[in-house]
Design a protein around this ligand. Structure first.
Ligand SMILES: O=P(O)(O)OC[C@@]1(O)O[C@H](CO)[C@@H](O)[C@@H]1O
Length: 307
């Protein structure tokens, strides 16, 4: 079972406007939606839609925390959260015809005691894999993630910011940086695809067994001890990129859990992400239509990333 940990969950508020707000004018949104979010929670949402067994954990509080719990259970996504005194944050996305703006709140203060409760929760669920996703709320440092990785014999996967990736020092089976996070974690320039290959290798040398870099329109790279795979993105009409990286990771993990090879798993991840960017918010589109699209994901393979 794949358990996800979101240390800083969010309610994602997505507003669609015709024109972006101007100074001193009220902008009117013609569509709005709210979704339970935060990177780990999104991974669980997509895993559940892909029929992979998952439990979402993390720390939630107050009415927005209740919303996260309630919406997950209404969607039949198993949750097992630790309650805190603070209020789960509200993150806002504004979509216009041709642009996307995202404002993320820091989130409530979380104490180290909440991590003790969380560790108990994780152990009780006996996962094979633990995915820690998203930012750290005020009060917690990278050592909270290292504690999670060191507590059990599960494999730990991280989808966290670049500075956190650089600071972690437990053993990690996989990390999934985006382009910005790759640059921040390694100090490498990541303008070209070649730069990304180099940065991915640097990250593997920093101790991550596998690295999957999500590169938006440039697709994704997966580097393993055996090979380095690039998968091109599928052409699709992009409505909202929020959650794209989470869905790529969920697609890869679901396929690996089903016994797929790394190459097939990366193709599935890219196909899932290409579908998810076609809907607003961190909504879960039906993913059964994926059949057939994974074959369309073009891949190229090399013996290693350092070419
Ligand atoms: O502030 P963080 O934790 O880095 O990111 C939080 C977030 O932007 O990530 C998800 C999309 O990946 C959203 O559901 C959520 O609002």
């Amino acid at each position: 079972m794949i358990l996800t940990v979101t240390l800083n969950p969010a309610v994602d508020h997505t507003l669609t406007v015709d024109d972006f707000p101007e100074t001193d004018r009220v902008a009117r949104a013609n569509a709005a939606r709210v979704d339970p979010g935060g990177k780990g929670i999104n991974v669980s949402k997509y895993l559940a839609e892909l029929e992979t067994e998952t439990v979402a954990t993390g720390v939630v509080g107050d009415f927005l925390g209740r919303f996260v719990r309630d919406r997950l259970s209404a969607g039949e996504i198993e949750g097992d959260f630790v309650e805190i005194d603070g209020r789960t944050r509200l993150n806002t996305t504004i979509l216009t015809d041709d642009a996307e703006f995202k404002i993320n709140h820091d989130g409530p203060r979380v104490s180290a005691d909440a991590i003790d409760d969380l560790l108990e929760t994780i152990e009780r669920n006996a996962p094979d894999t633990v995915v820690v996703g998203g930012s750290l709320p005020p009060g917690l440092g990278p050592d909270a993630i290292d504690r999670i990785a060191r507590t059990g014999d599960w494999e730990t996967v991280v989808d966290v910011g670049g500075s956190i990736l650089a600071a972690l020092d437990a053993s990690y089976a996989l990390c999934k940086p985006n382009r910005e996070e790759l640059a921040a974690a390694t100090g490498c320039s990541v303008r070209s695809l070649e730069d990304c290959y180099d940065a991915v290798e640097t990250l593997r040398r920093m101790g991550y067994d596998r690295v999957i870099a999500s590169l938006g329109a440039d697709g994704a790279i997966m580097s393993t001890p055996e090979e380095c795979i690039h998968a091109a993105a599928l052409e699709t009409e992009v409505v909202d990129t929020v959650g794209a990286g989470d869905s790529l990771l969920a697609g890869v993990l679901a396929a690996l859990d089903d016994g797929a090879t790394d190459r097939e798993a990366l193709r599935t991840g890219v196909a899932v992400a290409s579908r998810v960017v076609s809907v607003p918010g961190t909504d879960i589109p039906p993913l059964d239509e994926l059949v057939g699209t994974t074959d369309r994901v073009a891949i190229s393979v090399s013996a290693d990333c350092s070419r």
